[in-house]
Structures are given as structure tokens and as C-alpha cells.
Design a binder for this molecule. Structure first.
Ligand code: PLP
Length: 226
């Protein structure tokens, strides 16, 4: 066997991603401890996720509420200290379920969702952390608040709804240089007085770390292709 890439496992790849995060942080004199790795397990079933849990990973991301509800209640019973992040779009009729299952929601991007989540947080007495998604590429088909409205929307969420907004999240356009979008998101967060930045995926998390990412969302580099 000369080529290990055909035989490596999700725990092997997790270890490699962790090393790459440390190296990327140290290259820009940041502390690796300030960067949270969110292992994105969407489309992979509980049996595929279990070895990654067994390897010590506790922070996971899912992009659909219903899919997460099928696998995570069971996994959370086995691994009580899991932290679950919703990284996909949220519909207001799913706010109740999302607030019940997830610890962090990255995709607050309009008043209706902000209000629905605020109501469920107070009704359920849950302590979540929230990110506002910004459509940095101003793509018509993509979720997120337009950059020009980000500050006002964050202020509204924090002041009017008392929502625990901790940072901003973006998904750069596929055909553009991600660094430009990461730098832009970092600037918007700074202007809004927000410390956390959810940016960077399998193909660009090292670049995102160079631009200040505090949360990287890595799926295929850990779990394999989808
Ligand atoms: C799927 C997904 C990721 C992970 O993507 P990979 O390229 O597999 O690392 C990150 N963020 C969001 C919002 C996603 O939907």
C-alpha cells in the first residue's frame, strides 16, 4: 500500500485538519485555541459520525433541521457534551425545533426569523449563541443580509430583541477569491463590535484563519466527498 489517501479514515482526516488549523493559526501569530473547528456532518448518518465523536470531536454542524433531528438526539444520548451548530437556512416554522436541538445558529438573516428565534429562546429558556449571516457577494439566490444592512440588523437583533448575537457568518461566491469576502466580513464584524467570525470551509479554512475566522465549518475534508 503506497497511497494512504485511499485508506485513511474520518478520524485520520480529522487529525490532519486539526494540524492544518494549528499551522494556519501559528503562521499569522494567532492562538489555535481561538479557532473552533465545526465538523460538518450533513448527509452522513450516525454510524459515520460516531468514529469522529470517538476521536474526541464534540462540535458539529448540520445544514437541515429535519436531518439533524433524525441523527443527533440518539448521538447526544451517547455523547452528552456535544455542541450542535445549525449552518443552513432556517424557516420560521422550524424555529421551535431548531432552538430545542441546536446550541448555535449561524443563519439569522431576516426580521421574521430573528423574531421567531427570540420567542422560542425565551419560551424554552435555552441559552443559544447566534450569528448573523451576511450575503457578502450580494448574490440574489443566496441567504444573508446585504452588507449595507448588516449593522442595522445586528443592532435591531441585539437592542430590540435582546438576541445573543456573537458574530457574523458568510459563504463566499464559488467563483470568487474567498479572501476578499473574509476580509470584508471581518471589517463588518469589527464595525458592529462583534468578536466571532464563522467563515472558511474545506477548501479555504486556512485562508479564513489568516483573516480572523473564529469558527471554521469543515465537512468533506473530514467526512469525505458527498
Ligand atoms: C456544507 C457546508 C459547509 C462544509 O463544506 P465543505 O466544503 O464540505 O467543507 C460549510 N458551511 C456551510 C454553510 C455548508 O452548508
Amino acid at each position: 500500500m503506497t497511497d494512504d489517501t485511499y485508506h485513511d479514515t474520518a478520524p485520520d482526516r480529522l487529525k490532519r485538519v486539526r494540524h492544518e488549523i494549528v499551522a494556519a493559526a501559528e503562521a499569522v501569530k494567532r492562538s489555535p485555541a481561538d479557532i473552533e473547528l465545526i465538523a460538518v456532518s450533513k448527509t452522513f448518518d450516525a454510524d459515520a459520525v460516531r468514529p469522529v465523536l470517538a476521536a474526541g470531536q464534540r462540535v458539529f454542524g448540520e445544514n437541515r433541521v429535519q436531518e439533524a433531528e433524525r441523527k443527533w438526539p440518539e448521538l447526544k444520548r451517547e455523547f452528552a457534551d456535544v455542541e450542535l451548530h445549525l449552518i443552513g437556512p432556517l424557516q420560521s416554522n422550524k424555529a421551535k425545533d431548531a432552538v430545542a436541538l441546536f446550541d448555535v445558529i449561524h443563519t439569522i438573516d431576516r426580521e421574521k426569523i430573528a423574531r421567531a428565534v427570540a420567542e422560542e429562546i425565551s419560551r424554552q429558556g435555552r441559552a443559544l449563541k447566534l450569528f448573523v449571516q451576511v450575503n457578502t457577494g450580494e448574490e440574489p439566490q443566496k441567504a444573508g443580509v446585504p452588507p449595507s444592512e448588516a449593522k442595522a440588523f445586528v443592532d435591531f437583533c441585539r437592542s430590540d430583541l435582546k438576541l445573543p448575537i456573537v458574530g457574523l457568518m458568510c459563504i463566499p461566491p464559488v467563483d470568487e477569491e474567498p479572501a476578499v469576502h473574509f476580509a470584508f466580513l471581518a471589517k463588518l464584524a469589527k464595525e458592529g463590535g462583534l468578536k466571532s467570525l464563522s467563515m472558511g470551509m474545506s477548501s479555504d479554512f486556512e485562508t479564513a484563519i489568516a483573516f480572523g475566522a473564529t469558527h471554521v465549518r469543515v465537512g468533506s475534508a473530514i467526512f469525505g466527498g458527498r
